[in-house]
Design a protein around this ligand. Structure first.
Ligand SMILES: C[S@@+](CC[C@H](N)C(=O)[O-])C[C@H]1O[C@@H](n2cnc3c(N)ncnc32)[C@H](O)[C@@H]1O
Length: 469
């Protein structure tokens, strides 16, 4: 399809790339976008999906070309995540290791966060943050499906996070809001928002976000900066600004097939180190547009934190105002145990009895001390086990997705597409299963919900109302 590009955009890239190369670029914008998906190694038997796995995306773990449906059990059970192939590289080059403390500062809808979570393998912490509440809710759904147990999900400004997490993270990913030139092929509507002024507005916002991100990075920590735009002002020049203002070292990243180097002559000072960054152009055949850089925080030293309030004062304040989470009573623990004992728990939940807290009837196993993050808007902290009702415990949806990490016995497998459709719609199902009480519900071996079976063989539907369709 022929796109109508702004004259100013055409002239800008003709100047930057030259006549021939810019024409190649404009022609590629009119081409067909590439689609890809990633599998989720956190899930049990994770390669058991209904999609063609014969076209891997080079250099990205468990990633393939192809289109996935948001209706399939692979998706609903968190076995696949649909993502632009080029957008998979920032999380890949982050080289996150189990046990790291990772922040994904601009996280929705969750392409990078889901990949970072799978590399952490439930060990360490992922703080996934999204400033827009609408987008944060979408992020929450995607992360819930993914079934990781070590995610703190926040809906915050970078400024507020920086107050709580000074020099805290080993790795920070800033997948920045940008002018979106890399989306022109996939989403032609993005073209109408483009102007050089908008590019500069985005650049200013990126600097504001990064000024806060830098405060949260530990000495020698890694900052991954990425955009889905081609403009030098938001790519190479931002890296140049980070080097000049914060002394970052631009690390050489693996040069994957179809990735070209960042361009020193697109910086103001001719900074050679930006050659270490990577660019994906449409015409390189990998996916949509993407810029990615990995920077090391070599200059900063560990700061001395100001002494905190005296314990006495803090305690007094706590007694008066604290409605924070509490440990479970013996009776509550027993009620939760009666349900959880029916299922295999991943290692991260094995000692839930020592860690579980209850707040406003929600029982959860936090990944981070709730006291530390009490001034932040939290959407979830670790795993929500479920809800304490009058003298009974009802397991929660997130737990079902986490339990999908392991083979489970107490599972009701829906027998056909019609039952699956009905369950997603919120209907009850007749089942001959011998199990009673809370069960996991699966389709095509993909666990995606809780249900409850009574002696009448009716499977009550616990698929959350907000997800039904
Ligand atoms: C490119 S998108 C992130 C995509 C996401 N990382 C992924 O892989 O799915 C950028 C995000 O930054 C958020 N954002 C916008 N303004 C922001 C700001 N001032 N601070 C932090 N995040 C912001 C947007 O709401 C948007 O969700």
């Amino acid at each position: 399809m022929k796109r109508k590009l702004p004259t100013e955009f055409i002239e800008k890239y003709q100047k930057l790339l030259g006549t021939e190369k810019s024409q190649e670029f404009f022609d590629a914008i009119d081409g067909t976008s590439k689609k890809g998906f990633r599998l989720n190694p956190l899930k049990f038997d994770y390669q058991n999906v209904s999609y063609d796995l014969s076209h891997p995306i080079k250099g990205v773990d468990d990633a393939f070309y192809g289109n996935v449906s948001g209706y399939s059990s692979d998706w609903v059970g968190g076995y696949v995540y649909s993502q632009d192939p080029a957008a998979m590289y920032p999380a890949q080059i982050a080289n996150v290791k189990p046990g790291d403390k990772v922040l994904d500062l601009c996280a929705a809808p969750g392409g990078k966060s889901t990949a970072l979570a799978q590399h952490l393998t439930n060990q360490g912490i992922l703080v996934a943050n999204e400033i827009s509440i609408k987008r944060a809710n979408n992020l929450r759904e995607n992360l819930e499906r993914w079934g990781a147990s070590n995610v703190l999900l926040t809906n915050e400004t970078p400024e507020n996070l920086a107050k709580v997490f000074p020099q805290f993270f080993t790795t920070i990913v800033v997948d920045a809001p940008c002018s979106g030139e890399g989306m022109f092929r996939k989403d032609p509507d993005a073209i109408q928002y483009w102007s050089q002024e908008y590019v500069l507005t985005c650049q200013a916002r990126q600097k504001e976000i990064l000024n806060e991100a830098v405060k949260m990075l530990e000495p020698n920590g890694k900052l991954i900066y990425s955009t889905c735009t081609f403009s030098p002002e938001e790519d190479e020049q931002i890296v140049e600004w980070l080097v000049e203002n914060y002394g970052f070292e631009v690390q050489e990243i693996e040069k994957f097939e179809g990735m070209s180097r960042g361009k020193p002559d697109w910086t103001k000072s001719g900074l050679n180190a930006v050659e270490n960054t990577g660019r994906f152009w449409f015409q390189n055949g990998v996916g949509e547009g993407q810029f990615v850089a990995r920077l090391k925080n070599v200059k900063s030293e560990r700061i001395q934190l100001p002494p905190s309030q005296s314990n006495k004062k803090a305690k007094k304040k706590k007694n008066l105002h604290d409605h924070g989470p509490e440990h479970l009573s013996k009776n509550e623990r027993e009620l939760v145990k009666q349900v959880l004992d029916n299922f295999m728990l991943p290692d991260s939940l094995k000692h839930w009895e020592d860690k579980a807290l209850i707040r406003k009837d929600h029982v959860f196993v936090p990944v981070i001390d709730p006291g530390l993050v009490k001034n932040l808007r939290i959407l979830s902290n670790g795993v929500e086990l479920g809800l304490m009702k009058k003298n009974r415990f009802e397991p929660g949806h997130q737990l079902a997705e986490v339990l999908g990490q392991l083979p489970q016995e107490k599972v009701v497998e829906l027998k056909d597409e019609a039952q699956y459709k009905a369950y997603l719609h919120g209907e009850t199902i007749h089942s001959d299963s011998p199990y009673r009480g809370y069960v996991l519900v699966a389709f095509e071996d993909h666990i995606f919900s809780f249900g409850k079976l009574g002696n009448d063989h009716i499977l009550k539907n616990y698929y959350p109302k907000g997800l039904r369709r």
